[in-house]
Design a protein around this ligand. Structure first.
Ligand code: SF4
Length: 237
């Protein structure tokens, strides 16, 4: 079974939503949303920026790349789009001024699959990996939402999947994990022991087993229902 962080976290949030997306493939019901377009634009700008040579890591180029990658979908009018564009530029400006913009990452926005075990394939999209001066590796994830906390269980899920996928496919073992919460210009760094990774893998297998054994994918009303694209077809939301 193909496993990704978004698949597993969606199942945990709401089995019915999981079924809509990953079994019935109702992706076409998803609506464009301003915060999703803004988030993708910021990720694309950072991807292109860190693929430039070091001498081209200028403030002007970052602005140019945000403009080039700006996604116009989902805004109700020009005013709303301008507000989001300003927010995106503020995030990137703060990021540029606070952290090292001259870093040359080892990997930038990498999509790949890794066969962890028979019947268990991880599918990931990793924002960035840096090689550290001490020989270790730092796995970096950019967050563009307003929420500057990540739930412990979501963090465990995401970091375990990314760690094992990198180790399996590229023989890279991250020694540091860093989230950049761009809206608040906050950086949070953490690490994982081998035991924590093994425990994380056991949790992932338990969710996968649950998905395989689920007969009825029932709705699970939760605080995010008002943002959900499947509310109209869901009888429990
Ligand atoms: S509206 Fe809520 S309960 Fe219904 S599918 Fe969406 S997340 Fe699940």
């Amino acid at each position: 079974m193909k496993v990704s962080y978004s698949r597993l976290s969606t199942f945990r949030e709401c089995p019915f939503k999981y079924k809509c997306l990953y079994i019935d493939n109702l992706w076409y019901l998803r609506k464009d949303k301003p915060y999703l377009s803004m988030g993708s634009s910021v990720h694309l700008a950072l991807k292109d920026f860190f693929r430039l040579s070091k001498s081209q890591h200028t403030f002007q180029n970052l602005g140019r790349l945000l403009k080039k990658n700006w996604m116009r979908k989902g805004y109700k009018d020009e005013k709303e789009e301008k507000e989001y564009a300003l927010r995106a530029w503020e995030m990137l400006s703060q990021f540029y001024e606070t952290y090292d913009p001259y870093t040359m990452p080892l990997m930038v926005e990498k999509n790949f699959e890794a066969k962890i075990e028979d019947n268990l394939v991880f599918s990931v999209r990793i924002d960035r990996v840096d090689k550290l001066p001490n020989g270790g590796y730092e796995l970096i994830d950019y967050k563009t939402g307003k929420n500057t906390d990540i739930k412990k269980e979501d963090e465990d899920l995401q970091l375990t999947i990314y760690y094992l996928a990198l180790q399996c496919r590229y023989r890279i073992r991250p020694t540091r994990f860093t989230y950049y919460f761009l809206e608040d210009n906050k950086r949070v760094t953490t690490s994982r022991t081998k035991e924590q990774i093994q425990q994380g893998l056991a949790n992932i297998k338990s969710i996968v087993r649950k998905i395989r054994n689920t007969k009825k994918f029932l709705p699970n009303p939760n605080p995010f229902c008002s943002f959900c694209d499947f509310g109209e077809i869901c009888k429990g939301g």
